[in-house]
Design a protein around this ligand. Structure first.
Ligand code: GAP
Length: 494
């Protein structure tokens, strides 16, 4: 897993660029280039297909800047905090818990600033950059504020999670859709956190992208998940609190058993965990690199009655990519209290405040994992390439003339014009065919179509498979159908 090399290729091929780079960059911010942008859209759409359209879920898109009372009610202005230690010499800032974990391996979530300072002094932890002495630990709030409008003092905040816009619109959504419990509301978009020390490429950013679902459930029907049966038998890996404490390993268990044995708090949580476990494998992450870690009591956020992070094993260790929280009625109750709006639902003549199960996916971390697990340093082929699953590969198909003469470019261009209506396609006639294959492999393009002399005679082309490098001859008339089936994994041609 050569992440340095992957970052270089990702930049060169137009996946990810450091933001504001020509002015020295801005820590914790990355831009998506043409290929990254295409891949992000495909991941989002695949997520919609797999998680949103399958259930009673409505998607919304709300503002990223929201008023201060929203975050007073959500608790973020008070509780969304991390412990900060600053180097007295070079002034660099660090998360105190990270520094302690890295030096001692100890999990110190829940310790207060004095206790963390004590750990730093006791373990003789110095500034990782200049070895300078570190300050006392203090608490830092991660909310990014901004002034809205021309008059000073009109403070608003950039949302730290897309969930905020869902909860404050709960009544509007309900009135507009007349949704019945259980139902979900999804949102895909940008969130902001003023992280103390951004790190690990796309892992800890200050501006990042999330795909979230708030699933609203009758509090007495938490084990009546409508589509649960379809995923009840899926085996998932859960690293329980007990196993973590005794330095054991994740247990393997079906979604159904995990609910029965009360390892998971309810069927809805199990439903999402099972689907996540399958979906990430469809993105090319092997099952052995996936697990759900139950948060310890100290780590569990203020709003949650049970958190199970889906973690992926990265080059630097395991890290959360999807946060799964059983938020109970915390958010709706709190917004009811602060806004004085009635956010309850009437069911069978009785008022209920729905409970919420929330899967919250990080797009940037997902893309990091895909780049990591798709990258293939191929000595035999002589070039490195990305083995993206066709469904999320930024470009699906490359079209080439075998040589740039004898009417082959015109024929290949005609095919390209046809294919680009249905697929993300490129046309390339520069360099030898071998060089063009190398370039398309590096961009992770799963299929390449070549128009050759036979094409002019019988309207057939060759289709090359990126993974096996095998080629088959097919009719131009069948191209769209076959490519669609290959992308949707409905047929195997190679
Ligand atoms: N609404 C719940 C929520 O936001 P979270 O566990 O704080 O939960 C969910 O975040 C996901 O968002 C994480 O699993 C991660 O993938 C992504 N995420 C959170 N903070 C991030 C950051 N600073 N940089 C990149 N991704 C982040």
């Amino acid at each position: 897993m050569n992440i340095g090399k992957i970052i270089t290729v990702a930049k060169r091929r137009g996946f990810i660029f450091p933001s504001s780079e020509i002015y020295g960059g801005l820590a914790g911010m990355y831009d998506f280039g043409p290929l990254g942008c295409l891949m992000k859209k495909k991941i989002e759409n695949f997520w919609r297909e797999f998680f949103v359209k399958t259930d009673n879920i409505y998607e919304v898109e709300t503002c990223t800047i929201m008023s201060k009372p929203v975050f007073v009610a959500s608790g973020h202005l008070k509780d969304f905090i991390d412990p900060l230690a600053q180097c007295k010499k070079c002034k660099s800032t660090f998360r105190a818990d990270d520094l302690i974990k890295e030096k001692t391996g100890k999990f110190v979530e829940g310790l207060n600033p004095e206790e963390l300072t004590e750990e730093i002094r006791k373990n003789d932890i110095k500034c990782p950059k200049c070895k300078g002495e570190l300050s006392e630990v203090r608490i830092f709030n991660l909310m990014l504020g901004t002034n809205v409008g021309p008059v000073e003092g009109n403070l608003a905040y950039l949302r730290p999670e897309t969930a905020a816009g869902i909860f404050v619109n709960f009544k509007n959504i309900l009135n507009a859709t007349r949704a019945k419990l259980p139902f979900g509301v999804a949102q895909v978009g940008i969130s902001y956190r003023n992280e103390i020390s951004p790190r690990h490429f796309l892992i800890r950013l200050r501006e990042f992208r999330q795909m979230e679902i708030e699933f609203f459930v009758h509090p007495e029907k938490l084990n009546e998940c409508p589509n649960f049966d379809r995923f009840a038998d899926i085996k998932i890996k859960i690293f329980t609190r007990e196993e973590q404490e005794r330095k054991g390993k994740p247990i393997e268990i079906t979604a159904e058993q995990a609910v029965k044995q009360k390892i998971l708090p309810n069927q809805f949580m199990a439903y999402f965990l099972a689907k996540e476990f399958l979906w990430y494998q469809k993105l090319g992450i092997p099952a052995k690199a996936l697990r759900f870690r139950q948060m310890t009591e100290a780590e569990t956020p203020h709003y949650s009655a049970g958190n199970f992070d889906m973690e992926i094993e990265f080059d630097f260790g395991w890290k959360e990519v999807v946060g799964n929280a059983y938020r109970t009625d915390f958010d709706l109750k709190s917004h009811m209290k602060h806004s004085r709006e009635d956010l309850s639902i009437t069911e069978n003549g009785k008022k209920v405040i729905p409970h919420v199960v929330e899967p919250s996916f990080g797009i940037d971390r997902t893309i990091y994992a895909i780049l990591l697990y798709s990258f293939f340093e191929d000595k035999k082929r002589g070039w490195d390439w990305f083995r993206f699953p066709p469904r999320i590969a930024p470009i699906t198909v490359a079209v080439y003339p075998l040589v740039s003469k004898d009417r082959l470019p015109e024929k290949a261009w005609e095919i390209y014009e046809m294919l680009k209506k249905d697929f993300d396609a490129i046309y390339d006639e520069t360099g030898s065919i071998g060089k063009r294959y190398a370039r398309s492999d590096e961009a992770g393009i799963p299929f390449a179509i070549t128009a050759d002399y036979q094409t002019l005679k019988d309207s057939t082309v060759t289709i090359r498979d990126r993974d096996s490098t095998e080629q088959k001859r097919i009719k131009i008339d069948d191209l769209t159908r076959i490519l669609t089936q290959l992308v949707n994994e409905e047929i195997k041609l190679f």
